[in-house]
Design a protein around this ligand. Structure first.
Ligand code: SAM
Length: 353
């Protein structure tokens, strides 16, 4: 439920869905006595943290918006949780005068891990953060191990974007009057007008022969895997209006559908459900002058995932400070952000171990 919007109607603050709150608290694993920091306040999650940490623990919650802070304080006091400290500030910097923390939970969408979050964690402590990696959002659970954040779980999620110093800078190409959006890496050069024109050209379709149920859990890491395989990777999102009008037919309109672009053409994943007991077939729709080759690239990546990666465990994500040299990084896909070098490492196929 959205509780604050900006002048253009975009969501700034919301009460997180109960299922997502429960999932992230499970990832966080709060123990009695833990010192907890929540970034992004509302009241409900902070109250749950306080219940889990108990009277020996401590809960600090930081929100950048004074109106949210006031409301969260009033709600917590009314519910009998006035020992939770709610403060106004940019969570990018954590809560330096209250560190160290055993548990930090970020409840706003981040695109980077600022140094404060790592520095304010005790060794062996946990950080759970909704992190966008090349447009793909996952709630990632990390443990601080020898100064490095090492993941042990990630789950699909979506939060309102971070404001303040951590405001995302990823460019979005708005097509069809803004109802269809392609989110790219800052490194990708795209021509929004050319992509808009491409959308008006006839659709190229390719079907992969890869069958899947819509809710199979391994899809949670398929999209992240694709993001680490293709330099042209981007993510397509669309308003329901555009989907209903048949302008685009993506697999996940709101969370984002894997796509690829060369800057003036694009291809994205689609489903075809013809009632097969094996589920729906994965396909690709593409538009623009390079539609056929981009469709083939995305289709081939799905077939490779089906053959080699589909039944393997999740990737291990590690976060290293920006400035770490390549030779100091573990093997894997490296995603460089302003403050960090994220390494996304997939388990090797059994034959290459
Ligand atoms: C999804 S809401 C938090 C929900 C809350 N944890 C609950 O219990 O329902 C996200 C919040 O993050 C806040 N926010 C955005 N950027 C922030 C930042 N840089 N530092 C702290 N809070 C921020 C927003 O003002 C918004 O209130």
């Amino acid at each position: 439920m959205v509780t604050r919007r900006d002048a253009d109607g975009a969501a700034l603050s919301s009460v997180s869905a109960a299922g997502i709150v429960a999932m992230m608290l499970t990832q966080l694993g709060v123990r009695p006595g833990d010192r907890c920091l929540e970034i992004g306040s509302g009241g409900y999650n902070a109250a749950l943290l306080w219940r889990l940490a108990g009277p020996e623990g401590r809960v600090t919650s930081v929100d950048i918006d004074p109106i949210v802070v006031e409301r969260a304080r009033a709600c917590l006091t009314a519910a009998g949780y006035d020992e939770v400290e709610v403060r106004c500030g940019d969570g990018e910097y954590g809560a330096p005068d209250a560190e160290p923390f055993d548990r930090i939970v970020v409840t706003v969408q981040a695109t980077d891990i600022p140094p404060a979050w790592r520095e304010q964690l005790a060794e062996g402590a946990r950080l759970v953060v909704p992190l966008t990696m090349r447009g793909v959002s996952r709630a990632v659970a990390f443990t601080l191990t020898d100064g490095v954040l090492v993941s042990d779980d990630y789950e699909v999620c979506g939060f309102v974007p971070m404001q303040g110093a951590g405001t995302p800078d990823s460019p979005v190409a708005a097509l069809h009057g803004g109802q269809v959006r392609l989110q790219q890496d800052p490194t990708q050069q795209v021509d929004a007008a050319a992509l808009d024109a491409a959308l008006a050209t006839p659709r190229v379709e390719v079907w992969t022969g890869v069958m899947t149920g819509r809710n199979e859990p391994y899809l949670e890491h398929l999209d992240l895997w694709l993001a680490t395989q293709m330099p042209q990777f981007c993510v397509l999102r669309a308003d329901q209006e555009a989907v209903e009008a048949g302008v685009v037919e993506p697999t996940w309109a709101v969370f984002g559908t894997p796509a690829v672009t060369d800057g003036s053409s694009f291809a994205y994943r689609a489903w075809r459900d013809e009632g097969s007991p094996d589920g729906a077939e994965i396909g690709v729709y593409a538009h623009g002058p390079a539609a056929e080759s981009l469709a083939a690239t995305l289709a081939t990546a799905h077939q490779e995932w089906d053959r080699g990666q589909r039944h393997r465990p999740q990737a291990r994500i590690t976060v290293h400070p920006a400035g770490t040299t390549d030779t100091q990084l573990p093997h894997g896909y490296v995603l460089d952000t302003a403050h960090s070098r994220l390494v996304i490492a997939w388990p090797a196929p059994p034959e290459s171990r």
